[in-house]
Ligand binder design. Structure first.
Ligand SMILES: [Zn+2]
Length: 407
């Protein structure tokens, strides 16, 4: 299969040079979903680019009859962030021009309209078929997206972060699934964030760790896509109609900053392939699948971040992926009290509760109050949870498929 390659103009720099995005668009022989995948929105988070390379190579081996719908792939989706450097370090999480986090700038329909607008829409379309309802709401969102841009253009023009977000979101607003490929800004595990109650879709990735966004930071790319749909589902539910749109948004975290870790890249590629196959977007796999993991479910609101109680040098006592008991020492901070004749001292930092070490600070020099590491508190097993049930459903479905292919 050969993609259509589209170069999308982004911004002109002070030097006169122009930045652009390179979009790879695969169109299947049969109609179906649109899957949008981008990488490197945060400048230090590189691994997703390698994942997209592998997915492109994989799709090349398939026939267009193996694809239902479209797959859009956008590597290096933030050229300003990707190229930002301080000595050897990629520092492109924040735009140095305005201080904004590149993944907290996105246009969210739910925030742009009065709460009553979505309630009114739900009321008006209470009896409408799901397909018509979805198309009508998508049209409403799109019209508002365009109207807001026109309004800015008629005023003093749009600021840089609006121009950037408008460009990126215009590629993804009509997608059925958005997958945003990130990594930790520090040392991190490979796992998935998912919005709403899309447990079944999250389980399709076959990763061993999934975190439900039960609390939103606000204005992230995945959140901005899914939140308006979750709002409409809630408003319809309040009126007595329970439904779920087949629309999903994920942020796939692929290991540590500034690195293409082979294991994270492999699991990212396998996860995307498994998701595309599970959603029947592709009907053939391009590589033999890895054994599926049973995901552990965590909620984002339970994440415990630890900050340095004093300035000093961090001597870590735990490693990424360790399971920690309550009270266990996470790290020692070597610090030098100033004044008098005090000697250098060691301060121990204990875990407040048992948990999994899933993110560790990359810099072992800290000022007081700076980030050290994060824990996901136990218990987090998915047994008996909706996610666990979804995994069982998926495994049963795959068993059935295997049985069918044996016939
Ligand atoms: Zn990120």
């Amino acid at each position: 299969m050969v993609p259509e390659i589209i170069t999308v103009p982004l911004l002109q720099l002070a030097s006169g040079d122009r930045l652009s995005l390179q979009v790879y668009r695969y169109v299947g022989r049969y109609p179906g979903k649109k899957i949008y995948i981008q990488a490197n929105l945060h400048g230090a988070e590189l691994a997703g680019n390698a994942v997209i390379h592998e997915v492109l190579a994989g799709l090349k081996t398939l026939d267009d009859a193996d694809l239902r719908g479209e797959i859009w792939l956008v590597p290096l989706c933030n050229p300003l962030g990707v190229n930002q450097r301080s000595h050897h370090f990629a520092t492109g999480r924040y735009n140095p021009y305005d201080g904004r986090d590149w993944n907290r700038i996105f246009w969210d329909y739910e925030k742009q309209v009065d709460r009553s607008c979505i309630q009114q829409f739900a009321q008006t379309h209470l009896q409408t078929s799901l397909a018509t309802l979805q198309a009508a709401y998508r049209h409403t969102i799109h019209q508002k997206f365009l109207a807001d841009q026109q309004q800015e253009a008629q005023g003093g023009g749009a600021p840089l972060h609006h121009r950037y977000r408008n460009c990126l979101q215009s590629l993804a607003l009509d997608a059925d699934t958005v997958i945003d490929l990130h990594s930790s800004s520090n040392y991190g595990l490979t796992y998935l964030y998912y919005g709403g109650d899309r447990h079944l879709g999250a389980a399709l990735f076959g990763l061993d760790l999934a975190i439900q966004l039960d609390r939103y930071d606000g204005d992230a790319f995945d959140e901005a896509f899914i939140k308006p749909w979750l709002a409409l589902e809630r408003d319809l539910e309040a009126l007595g109609r329970s439904l779920r749109f087949d629309l999903e948004a994920y942020t796939l975290e692929l290991g540590s900053a500034m690195q293409l870790q082979p294991d994270s890249v492999e699991r990212g590629v396998q996860g995307i392939q498994a998701y595309l196959y599970g959603k029947q977007v592709i009907t053939q796999r391009w590589t033999t699948p890895l054994p599926l993991a049973t995901p552990q479910l965590y909620r984002a609101s339970t994440i415990q971040r630890y900050y340095a109680p004093t300035g000093g040098m961090v001597r870590s006592q735990v490693a990424l992926g360790d399971r920690i008991a309550a009270g266990q020492v996470l790290c020692e901070i070597l610090h030098v009290p100033k004044g008098g004749d005090a000697y250098p001292q060691v301060m121990k930092m204990p875990a407040m509760q048992a948990g999994l070490v899933f993110d560790v600070g990359i810099n072992q020099a800290v000022n007081e109050g700076e980030y050290v590491l994060s824990l996901l508190p136990e218990p987090g097993t998915a047994t008996g949870s909706p996610l666990h049930d979804a995994v069982i459903d998926r495994e049963t479905a795959q068993g059935n498929r295997n049985n069918q292919s044996d016939d």
